[in-house]
Design a binder for this molecule. Structure first.
Ligand SMILES: O=P(O)(O)OC[C@H]1O[C@H](OP(=O)(O)OP(=O)(O)O)[C@H](O)[C@@H]1O
Ligand code: HPA
Ligand SMILES: [Mg+2]
Length: 166
């Protein structure tokens, strides 16, 4: 991850809307439906819940990957849980892989190798990760950090015209 200069905070409402927009798009990509969702934890859990509800997908598998151990610091990518063998057949055709975002594309690259013919969907994408995903909703620049609603809370905002509260 390069230097983060901008922030892009996302509310629950906005995330729900964007994940639903992704579901709309995915419905027309494969009108006959999907065999299963493979959700990349933990970030993929929330969009997977929304997409599974919208598209009526009830078979949900996880692949458990961790790479960012501290805010914006990418460490060694660890696979904590792999995908059930039953879903690895036919190179993953008909499987929908879901994550909240792709940043450097490292996570997407690793999961793509497991299911080369699956469809990869994220809600947000940065330019480096973009070539690795098939469908996404919003692109943000590489130097932007996306703050998800599950990592945020309400807090005081200093007035625009006064730098600090007083
Ligand atoms: O494109 P990349 O540079 O690989 O980054 C994207 C990944 O990073 C975040 O997950 P993270 O590893 O932080 O774990 P989490 O989902 O449990 O928060 C995010 O949810 C993506 O899975
Ligand atoms: O911009 C981001 N926001 C939250 N988690 C992330 N993991 C990689 N990039 C990001
Ligand atoms: Mg993740």
């Amino acid at each position: 991850m390069s230097m983060v200069e901008k922030s892009f905070p996302v509310s629950w409402d906005q995330f729900h809307r964007d994940a639903r927009a992704l579901a709309w798009r995915l419905a027309s990509v494969q009108p006959e439906g999907w065999r299963a969702i493979v959700c990349i934890t933990r970030g993929g859990l929330v969009p997977a819940a929304i997409i599974s509800r919208e598209l009526g997908i009830r078979l949900i598998e996880t692949v458990c990957v961790a790479s960012y151990h501290d805010y914006s610091e990418q460490g060694e990518l660890q696979i904590l849980k792999t995908i059930d063998e039953k879903l690895l057949t036919d190179e993953g055709r008909g499987i929908l892989i879901v994550d909240d975002l792709t940043d450097t594309g490292k996570t997407a690259g690793v999961v793509r190798q497991m299911l080369p013919k699956a469809h990869f969907a994220t809600v947000y994408a940065k330019p480096k990760g973009r070539p690795l995903v098939d469908t996404f909703i919003t692109e943000v620049s590489q130097d932007t950090w996306i703050f998800f609603p599950w990592d945020l809370g309400l807090s005081f905002q200093a007035p625009i015209g006064k730098g600090t509260p007083g």
